[in-house]
Write a protein that binds this ligand. Sequence first.
Ligand SMILES: NC(=O)c1ccc[n+]([C@@H]2O[C@H](COP(=O)([O-])OP(=O)(O)OC[C@H]3O[C@@H](n4cnc5c(N)ncnc54)[C@H](OP(=O)(O)O)[C@@H]3O)[C@@H](O)[C@H]2O)c1
Length: 186
Amino acid sequence: MNERNDMHAKLGTADRRHTILIIGISRGIGRGLAAEYLRRGWFVIGTVRSSTVAPELEAMAAGMPGRLRVERLDMTRPSEIGTLRERLTDDRLDVLIVNVGISDHNVPVAEIDEATFNEVMSTNALAPLKVIESLQDLVVERGTIAVMSSRQGSISLNDRGTYDAYRASKAARRRSRLPCLGCFPE
Ligand SMILES: NC(=O)c1ccc[n+]([C@@H]2O[C@H](COP(=O)([O-])OP(=O)(O)OC[C@H]3O[C@@H](n4cnc5c(N)ncnc54)[C@H](OP(=O)(O)O)[C@@H]3O)[C@@H](O)[C@H]2O)c1
């Protein structure tokens, strides 16, 4: 065994690629994260709700064959979380980031309807828990699991009001034991 193989054998990482799963890469911060991890040489698995964005994502990974895999997931549909889990059975993740989050479009609390409130809460607070519960066993020991947070999830920093349903959902998410990405004071 040469020195390099010996080192890999000791680390138990021979030929294992660095892989990240990002939930929500169709646009915005999620797409930016995917591009940055690709640039750094990682293998990226990213989820979208609609395959219409696939060509743009493929363009992002042009010249990096096999380094980006796009999967389908609407995070608020438990059956789709189950299907994704099955499709990832043979994958091992170094990082799992739940990036998805939706806004309440700053509709005042007095005017917000229950369906909109429930959608914001279920997408931002409940769905990340379900995704992580289902996928966490794919994350390697010493790997990272994170959920995208927001300054607006901080109660102590809320000196302006506005976006109350969004703030409530991000604050509620933080009350679970799950880590967050971009944590602000409680
Ligand atoms: N932008 C900011 O200034 C800011 C600041 C602090 C924190 N954040 C947080 O950062 C994260 C990303 O923000 P962003 O501004 O990049 O958001 P964005 O541009 O609105 O993108 C949201 C992403 O979530 C996906 N998504 C929405 N609902 C989904 C669902 N039910 N299932 C699966 N995917 C779903 C969207 O997919 P579709 O294309 O299919 O809709 C899209 O990929 C969010 O958690 C947000 O709260 C953002």
